[in-house]
Design a protein around this ligand. Structure first.
Ligand code: GTP
Ligand code: MG
Length: 172
C-alpha cells in the first residue's frame, strides 16, 4: 500500500489492561481469551486512510505493562509522536495508574510532545465494571485528553480509537 505519512504510536498502561489484544484486533482482526503478557516490546503496523487519498502508516509499539520491563519500554517513549494510554474499566487500579503513566512519560521525554488518547478498555464486561464512563471522562477532561471506550472482544470502537489518535496527530 502507498502511504504519505508514517507515525510512530505507543500503547501504554498497566499489565492485563488489553494493549496486545487491542492491537491484534486492529491489525489482524483476531481476539483470544488467552493472551500471554508482553515481554519487552512488540511491533505491529497498519495503514489507515484518514481522508480520501491520504494514507498514514502506523508503526505500533506494544509495550509490556509489567514493571520489570520498564527500562526496555522507556526507550520507546521518546520516539513516539502519539499513543493510546489504556486502562481496564473493570480494574480500578489500572485507572488510578493513568496519571502515573503520564508522569512516567514526562519524566523520560524532554519536553514531551507525545499526544495521547485515553482508552477505557473491556467495555463488553458491563457487569464487572469498576470505573464509570462519567468518572473516566472527568479525568480525561482534567488531563486534556480525548476519551474513548473500546472492546477487543466485541470489536467496539477499535478502529475509531486509532482513527481519533491519528487525526489528533495529523491536525497538530
Ligand atoms: P501486558 O502485555 O502484560 O502489558 O498486558 P496487555 O495489556 O497486553 O493485556 P492482554 O492483551 O495480554 O490482555 C489481558 C487479558 O485480557 C487477556 O486474557 C485478554 O483475552 C483479555 N482481554 C483483552 N481485551 C479484552 C476485551 O476487550 N474484553 C475482554 N472481556 N477481555 C479482554
Ligand atoms: Mg501485552
Amino acid at each position: 500500500t502507498i502511504w504519505q505519512y508514517q507515525f510512530r504510536i505507543i500503547l501504554l498502561g498497566d499489565s492485563t489492561v488489553g494493549k496486545s489484544s487491542l492491537l491484534k484486533r486492529f491489525t489482524d482482526g483476531s481476539f483470544s481469551e488467552v493472551q500471554d503478557p508482553t515481554v519487552g516490546v512488540d511491533f505491529y503496523a497498519r495503514v489507515l486512510e484518514v481522508e480520501p487519498g491520504c494514507r498514514i502508516k502506523l508503526q505500533l509499539w506494544d509495550t509490556a505493562g509489567q514493571e520489570r520491563f520498564r527500562s526496555i519500554t522507556r526507550s520507546y517513549y521518546r520516539n513516539s509522536v502519539g499513543g493510546l494510554l489504556m486502562f481496564d474499566v473493570t480494574n480500578r487500579k489500572s485507572f488510578e495508574s493513568v496519571r502515573e503513566w503520564l508522569t512516567e512519560v514526562n519524566n523520560h521525554v524532554y519536553p514531551s510532545k507525545t499526544i495521547f488518547v485515553l482508552v477505557g478498555h473491556k467495555s463488553d464486561l458491563t457487569d464487572d465494571r469498576d470505573v464509570s464512563r462519567e468518572e473516566a471522562e472527568k479525568l480525561a477532561e482534567a488531563l486534556d485528553l480525548n476519551y474513548i471506550e473500546t472492546s477487543a472482544k466485541n470489536n467496539t470502537n477499535v478502529d475509531l480509537a486509532f482513527m481519533k489518535l491519528t487525526e489528533c496527530i495529523y491536525d497538530s
